[in-house]
Design a binder for this molecule. Sequence first.
Ligand SMILES: [Zn+2]
Length: 158
Amino acid sequence: MAIENRNLAVGTKLTAKYKTVSYGAEVVQTEEGVRYKLEDGREFKSLSSAGTAITGGPINGWAFWSVAGEEAQGQPAESKTETPKRSNGVIRRTPNQKGTPEGQVRYFCSACLDSFYAEAGEKPEACPKGHDESFGEMKSDVEAPEELADEAEELTTE
Ligand SMILES: [Zn+2]
C-alpha cells in the first residue's frame, strides 16, 4: 500500500515487496538529517533511492514502500498515534545500532531530533545539548524535520 501520510516519524518501520521478497527499512535520524535505512545498513536520503537500491531501476518511493503494520489495517494510522510513547521518552536507545562504534550505544534525543553516542552500559541522563526527561512533558512527539517535506514535494513533480 502506498504511503499517504508523508510525515514519517523517525523510527517508522517500512516494508516493501519486490519479486516476492519482502524488504524492510526504517526512518532514522542521522547527523545529516533524516535517512531511510535498509536492513543491510545502507542509508538513503529518499525513499525512492532506497527502493531503487532494491529494484535496480527508478521507482516512486512513496508508492513502493508501505508503513509496516498499516497493510493489515487497510488505512493509514494517524502519525501521532503511530509513535508509541515510551517510559524513557526523550532520550531513547536507537533501535538500529548498525554503524555504532564499538563500546558505544547510539541514542536519539527527540527534543533536538538528533542522535548521539554514549558509552555502552550507561544510559545517558541527557543529550549533549542538555535535554533530559523533564523535556518530555513539553514535547513528546517526534515531528518530521522540514527536509523530509521538501523531499516529498520533489517526488510529486515527476
Ligand atoms: Zn537534545
